[in-house]
Design a binder for this molecule. Structure first.
Ligand code: NAD
Length: 291
């Protein structure tokens, strides 16, 4: 990589950032396409977010990704937010368009692209069960409803957060589809689980080898698609799904597709998906095995 006086700067604001794969994905893509861009990690503490947002303009950066814990708070410092990001209440990509900061959210569309292109699964008309109510769950539930799913059932460890997400979705989407909440301790007994077509784990459970499997897949019907947003390892959920011959995908595809969409917002060019995947797999020590 050659950095010169005209090199364009993008990066990521987060805290902490040590395990972020994004610099690897984006810098590999810039190198492949010989684009004069560099992607840098910026450890931004919450109390410094306003300064960091202003620095996007003052340092003439092209844009940034935004990750935990800033995805919601960054909105206050932007000039414009796309309807999609507004609907999710979270921004993961910022573009500096001639001094105006525009906020996008590519997480939800990254999930849909992964589900469609890698999973060959069309969520339209499907019954969905979603585990989690954090940032990933918020982005995924919004795009799924927009895509036209038949129904959504949300399960979250903290009932209040689950209620907040259900309430938010009902407010935004009115009666677009039935949205229900299931108590966390009912998740393995609820008979309706036989009717679902898509199960999404949008919690962080599975990131660590000692994490317990949260879901009993015994009641799932054949053909139920299992998507796990966790991308750093092959989770017990994916292993259980494979054992039961259920179609399934891990979150690496979502990560790559959301990164590709950010790349395209900044460069106006097509992202090299395969190169980005290889860079991520290399960094995760996965060789060509994938998840
Ligand atoms: P968050 O902190 O906003 O939400 C975490 C969620 O996990 C909450 O719903 C919480 O209730 C649940 N949770 C945590 N520990 C739990 C436990 N022991 N039992 C039950 N539930 C538990 O985080 P987030 O931003 O929503 O991220 C969640 C996961 O999604 C992380 O693993 C993150 O890496 C992943 N993620 C993946 C992508 C991708 O592109 N593949 C994108 C965003 C997030």
């Amino acid at each position: 990589m050659k950095i010169g006086g005209k090199t364009k700067i993008v990066g990521i604001f987060g805290y902490p950032l040590a395990h972020s794969l994004s610099p690897h994905l984006h810098n590999a893509a810039f190198a492949l396409l010989e684009l004069d861009f560099v992607y840098l990690p910026f450890w931004v503490e919450p109390e410094d977010l306003d300064l960091a947002a202003r620095a996007i303009k003052s340092l003439n950066m092209v844009g940034v990704n935004v990750t935990i814990p800033h995805k919601e708070e960054i909105i206050a410092y932007l000039d414009e937010v796309t309807p999609e990001a507004r609907m999710m209440g979270a921004v993961n990509t910022v573009l500096n368009r001639k001094g105006r900061l525009i906020g996008y959210n590519t997480d939800g569309q990254g999930f849909i692209d992964s589900l469609n292109k890698e999973g060959r699964f069309d969520p339209r008309g499907k019954r969905v069960m979603l585990l989690g109510a954090g940032g990933a769950a918020r982005a995924i539930s919004s795009v799924l409803i927009r895509q036209g799913i038949a129904s959504l059932i949300i399960v979250n460890r903290t009932q209040r957060r689950g209620e907040e997400l259900a309430h938010h979705l009902k407010r935004i989407f009115k009666n677009r589809c039935p949205i229900d909440l299931l108590e966390f301790n009912q998740r393995s007994f609820w008979g309706g689980v036989r009717e679902i077509n898509l199960f999404v784990n949008a919690t962080s459970v599975g990131m660590h080898a000692e994490d317990h499997l949260l879901t009993n897949l015994d009641l799932f019907s054949p053909g139920t698609f299992v998507y796990d947003v966790v991308y750093n390892r092959k989770t017990e959920l994916l292993e259980a799904a494979e054992e039961q011959d259920l179609p399934c995908l891990g979150g690496l595809g979502m990560l790559i597709h959301q990164a590709a969409l950010s790349f395209e917002i900044w460069t106006h060019g097509k992202a090299p998906l395969q190169k980005m995947r290889e860079a991520a797999e290399k960094e995760l020590g996965m060789g060509k095995r994938g998840i």
